[in-house]
Design a binder for this molecule. Structure first.
Ligand code: SF4
Length: 414
């Protein structure tokens, strides 16, 4: 967990301060506004992870003038996705556990930010699985701060909380909103002069059916969720093979993204001499051929390899392990340069070496997942797939070599 004080809260000046779980959605804005009417100071607490961002919350907290603390919960959320105590929603979203964790973290930060209680924009009955009375109770139980979680929009439907009992907040001025019908919230928004109605939890990838299906396959294939793998399957067409994962870009933008997130042990494949996709191959087990061994092999085959003027194995190394890096700590690095190199290969400005028997290229090409990636980039290139013969370029650790195929080879993928 990493904490960033986007707008640092000042010393507490009023009788009460709330740490408000702030998604940037309308409900959390209204919860804060209702408390402000009672002279409660607001410190907004927002979260982000590999599955959702915080851009909307940061922008809106700025517009509302609230101090904002951002917490990155990527590793913690991955653990919950792998092993949720209260199961998933419709897709791979473990909302009860996830929300419980957010409230627990808020509880741990109460003292640090001189706050008296945690507030959320939850509404009883708004979401059938994660916002019914029982689920709200579970969230509070998971959070470990019983009595300190106030839901201003539905407070009068719930047991009185400690801040209400202490008189920090007047329960009679809180609301009793129930259900999915948002008429009351829209009326409040008008009363407060809010022009935007952002959707709550919008953008959590775990609720997206396509991403959820890929992430489920990834958990089955790898046995767990690697942060670097998660980044890779956010893009392009994804294929899970027994020995490796292939991601194929669908357009120039996705090619660039793949080039940016490829790790140093990933093998990149593209079309040679014609426009086409870029694919990244991530082996399940990194073989010596692909890791250290290739360096030794390449130095004994200097005459047969094209280094394209640079050793990419070093230039791709990132600044160390983190949520957006692969398992070896390689990462974003100089993706733009790699993307340019890919374009030059496609335009024929860099000519890959033929990989003869016994060469490094032949060794890497013997991996069935690399061969499949070659056939896929040809299959998805309109210019390459109609030819009798077409070539794929394989880029790995500064080596660029060519593999030639016949239509019958990629025909089975058409
Ligand atoms: S939608 Fe995503 S971020 Fe929100 S509670 Fe559910 S799992 Fe967590």
């Amino acid at each position: 967990m990493e904490i960033f004080e986007i707008k640092k809260p000042e010393e507490k000046r009023k009788k009460a301060r709330a740490l408000l779980l702030f998604s940037g959605g309308l409900d959390s804005i209204l919860a804060g506004k209702l408390l402000e009417e009672q002279d409660v100071e607001i410190v907004a607490l927002t979260f982000r992870s590999q599955f959702f961002g915080a851009g909307q919350a940061i922008r809106l907290a700025g517009e509302l003038g609230w101090p904002l603390v951002l917490v990155d919960i990527s590793p913690e959320q991955i653990e919950i996705v792998e092993n949720p105590r209260y199961g998933y929603g419709r897709q791979l979203n473990p909302c009860i556990d996830c929300h419980g964790q957010m409230v627990r973290i808020a509880g741990e930060l109460l003292e640090r930010y001189q706050a008296d209680f945690v507030a959320t924009g939850e509404v009883v009955g708004e979401r059938p699985k994660s916002q019914n009375r029982q689920a709200l109770g579970l969230v509070e139980k998971l959070s470990g701060i019983k009595g300190l979680v106030l839901r201003p929009l539905s407070a009068r439907l719930l047991p009185a909380t400690i801040p209400e009992e202490k008189g920090l907040v007047d329960r009679n001025r809180l609301l009793d909103i129930f259900g999915r019908y948002r008429k009351k919230q829209l009326e409040l928004a008008e009363r407060y002069g809010l022009k935007e109605y952002p959707t709550p939890a919008g953008g959590c990838l775990l609720t997206d059916p396509g991403f959820a299906a890929r992430a489920r396959q990834l958990m089955k294939w790898r046995g767990k969720l690697w942060p670097g793998d998660i980044e890779l399957i956010k893009t392009g067409r994804v294929f899970f093979e027994p020995d490796g994962l292939i991601v194929v870009g669908r357009d120039e933008r996705e090619n660039e993204k793949i080039a940016a997130i490829a790790g140093k042990t990933d093998i990149l494949v593209t079309t040679a001499g014609v426009k086409g996709p870029l694919a990244a191959v991530r082996l399940k087990e990194v073989s010596p051929l692909v890791a250290d061994g290739v360096v030794k092999i390449s130095s004994s085959h200097d005459a047969s390899v094209n280094r394209a003027g640079e050793d990419w194995s070093d230039s791709l190394a990132g600044s160390g392990p983190g949520p957006y890096h692969d398992q070896e700590g390689a990462g974003i690095g100089r993706g733009a340069e790699l993307a340019r190199m890919v374009r030059q290969i496609q335009d024929g400005m860099i000519r890959p070496e033929k990989s003869g028997p016994g060469s490094v290229g032949a060794g890497i090409a013997s991996l069935s997942v690399v061969r499949k990636a070659c056939l896929l980039v040809i299959r998805y290139s309109r210019r390459a797939r109609d030819k009798e013969r077409a070539s794929a370029a394989v880029i790995h650790r500064g080596l660029v070599f060519e593999l030639e195929f016949q239509q019958a080879d990629w025909g089975k993928y058409l």
